[in-house]
Ligand binder design. Structure first.
Ligand SMILES: NC(=O)c1ccc[n+]([C@@H]2O[C@H](COP(=O)([O-])OP(=O)(O)OC[C@H]3O[C@@H](n4cnc5c(N)ncnc54)[C@H](O)[C@@H]3O)[C@@H](O)[C@H]2O)c1
Length: 261
């Protein structure tokens, strides 16, 4: 897409799965891409492939988004390489599942750190650059669990609900600077490593064999299929674009109709 030539997208958590797919779709749409991840090797693989496949400039950065100094260094590196950040997508996230009475405090703390505090830090440092340039779009990958509670997923759901409040508040802080902030709430990405890793716990909580879990989760969706990386990329590209220029502070469901509020 011609219209994104010369624009820069920073994908936080772009080393694998959804973030990786988003990096490719942004590059395909014309953005130069900076791919950041705690797994530097994966970030490099994604960045190299985005450059190779779509002929865009790319940069890989290893950073832990829960560490303020890492995030500051990441933003300095992206600014030095590209001179601007038009879009920042926060896709990093972790999910640990357990019934509340067995849920470990360290798992709660880690989940809040990565899913919520990491988003806060990345948005904060990105906002400084976007304020300077007088424009920008920040997009958080949230979850349907940020709209409705999720059994055996207390920390994940709480961190994602927190993300909605953070998005709305960032939108208010940054509106005067022509910076829009939105969250995207995916349904279950059934084929993703994150969902697959939760299958044993989900089988236990539902009292069904592991082989039945994907079917049961598909049945819950009015459109009768799991969410795909492309479903989310379509929404991200729209919210990054000027076509969404009147939309900020929104939390948009991409759930096949599973969540409607
Ligand atoms: N997989 C699903 O079914 C699903 C459903 C709804 C929402 N989501 C959300 O989508 C986003 C992406 O999920 P995914 O399935 O691609 O997960 P994933 O675990 O496959 O990828 C997450 C990426 O974030 C990186 N990361 C984790 N902690 C980090 C940290 N401290 N600093 C820097 N990078 C870090 C990981 O290395 C990994 O590359 C998450 O926010 C998740 O909550 C996923």
């Amino acid at each position: 897409m011609e219209m994104n030539e010369g624009k820069t997208a920073l994908i936080c958590g772009g080393g694998q799965s959804l973030g990786e797919a988003l990096s490719y779709r942004m590059a395909e749409a014309g953005y130069d891409v900076a791919v950041a991840d705690i797994n530097g090797e994966n970030a490099k693989k994604t960045a190299d492939q985005a450059a190779e496949k779509y002929g865009k400039k790319s940069l890989a950065i290893e950073a832990d988004f829960t560490k303020e100094n890492d995030v500051k260094r990441m933003i300095e590196n992206v600014s030095a390489a590209f001179g601007k950040i038009d879009v920042m997508v926060y896709s990093a996230g972790i999910a640990k599942s357990n019934k509340i009475i067995d849920f470990q405090l360290k798992d709660w703390e880690k989940t809040i750190d990565v899913n919520l505090t990491g988003y806060f830090l990345c948005a904060k440092e990105t906002a400084k650059v976007m304020i300077e340039q007088g424009s920008g779009s920040i997009i958080q990958i949230n979850s349907k669990s940020g709209k409705v509670g999720s059994k055996h997923n207390t920390a994940y759901s709480a961190s994602k609900f927190g993300g909605v409040g953070l998005t709305q508040s960032l939108a208010l802080d940054l509106a005067e600077h022509n910076i829009r902030v939105n969250s995207i709430m995916p349904g279950n990405l059934l084929k993703s490593p994150m969902f697959q890793s939760l299958i044993p716990q989900y089988a236990k909580k539902l009292g069904i064999p592991e082989s039945e879990v994907e079917r049961v989760y598909t049945e819950k969706v009015p459109l009768k299929r799991g969410c795909t990386y492309d479903d989310i990329a379509n929404a991200v590209l729209f919210y990054a674009s000027d076509q969404a220029s009147y939309m900020t502070g929104q939390s948009i469901n991409v759930t096949g109709g599973q969540v409607m509020h």
